[in-house]
Design a protein around this ligand. Structure first.
Ligand code: G3H
Length: 482
């Protein structure tokens, strides 16, 4: 949590929430600033992490389990004292609703406590005695080395910590770069990092990936690249590393989770779940439903009722309890979503809800597009924002074949009632994605369940339990019967 060689220059951080300035001119709100970091500063952070790891002989990887647990407990206790400050910044920086910002903070605290408990269990398991073919063994889990963590803007606290916390508790040292939007909220926690962990164990870097993270990767001294975000950044950073075989990947990447609505589905339920699945936090979730397949027999009714529900959603500021749609933190997002809509319209789709596509400075109202076809960008690209492509199907083979051909493989939502239809489908779906949600939208939690994906969607698995394994290696001491 220490900043090295800081020149004193800063970068300003703005919120896309518009407020009225002096002279009555309104525009994005200035929230604060972060240090402007250079490559030199980033490399200092790396050296500090390498020293604390000490090639496996440093203070942190050799520390007793109980002491490492105490550091983490001290950290989470101090973090809890900063709840109000962090929640407020979360809401302002990324436009997440107040209840969801509070949920993100509380979920993170719970995640840390659960990780501590799971780590203690892992330690108890290592005391077990194994014997096979005359060889005795005590198997335990040890750290991998120095971890570079990069979190996403949609869960700048929770998902950054979902990487950082398990990495640290397993005895790795870390450098972490907060997301571009959702960066200030780390500031209130810096003191907690500094006073809870030995020097060099946690190091923060600021700036653009290519300016601060790429030079770190280039040194070849990173053992684990832990990133939740987009594939392009993950690939660009991997490419910098001179010894790829030594690099462990813990990645949560893009997804295009489909909803499949069978003819016998409970439409009230399917519509409500599709609203939440496509539009909670404006669709800016890797687990969001990003494409809807509806059976031809119920297509008309679904489209009509679903579009009306979308139109009834209120746009506004995140502290308003009535509001469901909030300003988009990325300034270029409304224009990008508009491009997808224009492309789909030019290729034969229509916006089927009245308010769809209406744009303001910091928002674009969700457009429901039908009929979407495979040649459209919105079919292929992970929109990560408020636009909803709808396709209809006659045979279930159509969505299944599309999923099999997709570059992604995270989750699916299946809506239907007949167990005899659903049961055999599940056996196929679990080979295409990693989580099948029955009559419910896709989501990551509860955090004890494995969170991963096939193909371009993920590498390694996160969750309270799995992350400890992703950030460690099994080692053991063996002896023979003499
Ligand atoms: O961005 C992807 C997140 O992991 C989604 O998490 O399903 O809890 O919103 P969530």
């Amino acid at each position: 949590g220490e900043l090295k060689k800081w020149s004193g220059k800063t970068t300003e951080v703005y919120s896309s929430i518009i407020s009225e300035g002096e002279n009555g001119v309104s525009g994005p709100t200035l929230l604060g600033s972060i240090p402007y970091m250079t490559e030199e500063g980033a490399l200092e952070a790396l050296h500090s992490a390498c020293d604390a790891y000490g090639k496996g002989q440093g203070i942190w990887p050799t520390m007793k389990v109980t002491d490492r647990v105490s550091c983490m407990e001290r950290f989470v206790e101090q973090m809890k004292l900063k709840r109000d400050e962090v929640v407020k910044l979360l809401m302002w920086e990324i436009g997440k609703s107040l209840p969801d910002s509070e949920k993100e903070f509380d979920r993170t605290v719970e995640y840390i406590y659960d990780t501590i408990e799971d780590y203690k269990q892992l330690d108890r398991d290592s005391a077990k005695f194994h014997k096979h073919q005359g060889v005795h063994a005590h198997i335990r889990r040890g750290p991998l080395g120095v971890v570079l963590c990069l979190g996403p803007y949609n869960y700048p606290l929770n998902e950054t910590f979902a990487l950082l916390i398990p990495a640290l508790i397993m005895g790795n040292t870390a450098i972490f770069k907060p997301a571009k939007h959702g960066v200030l909220l780390i500031t209130p926690l810096l003191e907690a990092f500094k006073s809870s962990f030995p020097r060099g164990v946690v190091n923060i870097i600021y700036g653009r990936g290519r300016e601060v993270a790429a030079p770190i990767m280039k040194t070849g001294r990173i053992d684990v690249l832990a990133l939740i975000g987009n594939s392009k950044s993950a690939i660009a950073l991997q490419d910098q590393h001179p010894h790829k075989n030594r690099l462990r990947l813990v990645l949560g990447l893009e997804a295009k989770n489909p909803a499949i609505i069978l003819p016998d589905a409970d439409l009230d339920l399917a519509i409500d779940e599709c609203i939440a699945g496509t539009l909670s936090f404006n669709g800016q979730r890797c687990t969001a439903l990003k494409i809807i397949y509806v059976h031809e027999d119920v297509r008309e009714e679904f489209n009509r009722r679903f579009s009306a529900k979308v139109d009834a959603l209120k746009f506004g500021n995140p502290w308003d309890p009535e509001v469901k749609l909030t300003p988009l933190p990325e300034p270029g997002k409304p224009a990008y979503i508009k491009e997808l809509i224009d492309d789909a319209e030019a290729k034969g789709a229509s916006i089927i809800n009245e308010r769809g596509g209406k744009t303001t400075e910091n928002y674009i109202f969700p457009a429901v597009l039908y009929p979407v076809t495979k040649n459209m960008r919105v079919y292929e690209e992970e929109q990560f924002g408020p636009v909803i492509p709808v396709l209809s199907f006659k045979s279930i083979d159509e969505p299944l074949d599309d999923m099999a051909d997709s570059s992604y493989g995270q989750q699916v939502s299946l809506f239907g009632k007949n167990v005899n239809t659903i049961a055999p489908l599940i056996d196929t779906l679990v080979n295409l994605v990693c989580r099948v949600n029955l009559n419910s939208s896709c989501q990551r939690g509860p955090d004890v369940y494995p969170f991963t994906g096939r193909k371009d969607s993920a590498a390694s698995t996160l969750s309270v339990h799995d992350a400890l394994r992703s950030f460690s290696i099994r080692t053991f001491v063996a002896s023979k019967d003499n």
